[in-house]
Design a binder for this molecule. Structure first.
Ligand code: AHR
Length: 552
């Protein structure tokens, strides 16, 4: 697989390689039979040795230091928190009077754990909920805040105790940048621009006086603002042309530093085309759009029967990997349209919702989207992050859905207990790529086959950090076979020491559960050898590995 070719071409290369390997293995088997008969001839031995040499080169990763151009934006390691199920309430926020240790109602244990991830950006308040959210309901004394019904998620009462001030305090505790999605479907333009003013303006006005009255004199530094969410669906069922006009109207008045438009449903290329065409010609001083949003969820079967998060067979594991890999081709199609209309790369693709979506855990509210998280999710996270890293030129932010207790979460809570999921550990492992220089990689890999389908076994991305250390993250999605691999880094002059870590387990559905030993976590890895110009690594089945090579 060659990353700077399209996935379709990569797939053909992999198929050809698999066929070659198949015939090599057949010949190898033949040799064993002949050797038993002690009739091995010299020409056959030569043939065998050369085939062995080929087999030895079967899996190879070449990291191109000299072709490095793009920085991997740290915002690719972003997160998403919606008023959905137990994501905000119970997850992040338990209220000031809770017995669970908290800072102004915000859980201390969750903040402490998430600080390990160095979360660069957090998107809020939705999602679909954003288009229902009236920001004025969530400011001022908590006792005066209105009760409303969260019609999108579980039909539960939302007491608005977690609003703008609480969210921005959470971001300060996490040391993360906020990303706020404004309501453009059930709110007015005035509501939207006044929210931006309330949060960011340092001028004297009725709105900023209200902020001061509510306890915050200084404005907050909020750069990222979403102009709507999924406006093709829960954000007002708009078509692309209509949305583009609504976007322009809201964006013109929202005096925000970085504005992100809603994208179409994941494979709707027409939406991207219509939007990119429609915003052309808007006066430059209006600074209308900085990003276009993209959502992609990995589901196993279909939206009606998504399958269990924990109780699954190998074919469902395979589909999770296959469907995550499909995101790459889809992203490339959107990027090609953006390149055509915006050759200077001024508008970023923002993957602000992605991750796995299964059936909810038995006995839980179907509207709460609570799911467990296994080694399978760790592999999906690694594939997604490798894909985003490898498209860092256009993709400047991604936000996994969602941080706590919802969908592919980092953290699960139950009462005063908390677990770090396998996905948490992938984000911890991969944070070395944040704001590092992307190094293009060329990958030749055996395939992982299931029934009549196959996908590349290895997924790779690499970067060089400010201290010139090279970090390579590799996932082997094959749950049955190790993948012995050679890594070469032409142009790397100083090979220092290597440190390596791994996330794996014996079982595909290994998970971390409340009150039990943490089964899936980062461990030391040592199944590799380094000589002056290459590394031989034996990638264990169903594993994610980080190799860090220091520059001496
Ligand atoms: O993340 C859950 C939901 O998925 C979000 O609210 C919505 O934007 C998407 O459809």
């Amino acid at each position: 697989m060659i990353h700077y070719l399209s996935p379709r071409i990569q797939h053909s290369i992999n198929t050809i390689l698999t066929d070659t390997i198949k015939s090599q293995l057949i010949i190898k088997k033949n040799y064993q039979t002949m050797s038993n008969c002690k009739t091995l001839t010299i020409p056959f031995l030569i043939l065998f040795l050369s085939l062995q040499a080929i087999i030895g080169q079967e899996n190879k990763i070449t990291i191109h230091i000299n072709k490095a151009k793009d920085t991997i934006s740290k915002h690719i390691y972003g997160h998403f928190a919606e008023h959905l199920g137990r994501g905000i309430y119970d997850g992040f926020y338990v209220g000031k009077t809770s017995e669970i240790p908290n800072i102004n109602g915000i859980r201390k244990d969750v903040v402490e754990a998430l600080r390990e991830l160095e979360i660069p950006v957090l998107r809020w308040p939705g999602g679909c909920f954003a288009e229902q959210y009236q920001w004025r309901d969530g400011i001022g004394p908590v006792k005066d805040r209105p009760l409303v019904v969260n019609t999108f998620w579980g039909g539960v009462t939302e007491d608005n105790s977690f609003g703008t001030h609480e969210f921005l305090e959470l971001c300060e505790l996490l040391q993360t940048e906020p990303y706020i999605a404004v309501n453009i479907a059930s709110g007015t333009v005035k509501d939207a621009y006044q929210w931006v003013e309330y949060v960011t303006s340092d001028k004297d006005s009725e709105i900023t006086r209200l902020r001061s009255k509510n306890g915050r004199e200084r404005p907050w530094d909020v750069k990222f603002w979403g102009i709507g969410n999924e406006n093709w669906g829960c954000g007002g069922s708009m078509n692309a042309e209509y949305y583009t006009n609504v976007f322009k109207r809201f964006s013109t008045y929202c005096n925000a530093e970085y504005k992100i438009a809603s994208g179409g449903i994941y494979d709707d290329l027409e939406w991207t085309k219509t939007f990119m065409t429609g915003i052309k010609g808007t006066p430059g001083y209006l600074n209308i759009a900085h990003g276009l949003s993209y959502h992609y969820y990995t589901i196993v079967n279909n939206w009606e029967v998504k399958g269990s998060a924990t109780d699954f067979v190998e074919n469902e594991w395979f589909k999770s990997m296959q469907n995550t890999l499909k995101m790459e081709g889809n992203l490339e199609d959107h990027i090609a349209i953006m390149d055509e209309h915006d050759p200077d790369n001024t508008i970023a693709l923002i993957a602000d919702e992605w991750g796995t979506w299964y059936d909810v855990e038995p006995g839980t509210n179907p509207g709460f989207l609570y799911q467990q998280n296994t080694l399978r999710d760790a592999l999906v996270a690694a594939l997604g992050l490798n894909i985003f890293n490898n498209h860092a030129r256009r993709i400047k932010m991604a936000n996994i859905a969602q941080t706590v207790n919802v969908l592919q979460a980092m953290i699960l809570t139950r009462g005063n207990q908390m677990v770090k999921t396998p996905t948490f550990h992938v984000f911890r492992m991969f944070k070395v790529h944040q704001d590092a220089l992307h190094l293009p990689s060329e990958v030749t890999t055996q395939n992982y086959k299931n029934d009549n389908s196959e996908i590349p076994a290895l997924s790779v991305s690499a970067s060089r950090d400010k201290s010139k250390n090279v970090n390579i993250t590799i996932a082997n999605v094959d749950p049955n076979r190790n993948v012995p691999t050679t890594i070469e880094i032409p142009g790397m002059e100083n090979w220092g020491t290597i440190t390596a870590s791994i996330i794996t387990s014996d079982k595909m559905n290994a998970l971390n559960d409340f009150g039990k030993e943490e089964l899936v976590q980062i461990q030391k890895f040592s199944d590799y050898r380094m000589n002056t110009s290459k590394i031989e690594v034996n990638m264990p089945s169903k594993s994610v590995v980080l190799l860090s090579i220091s520059d001496n």
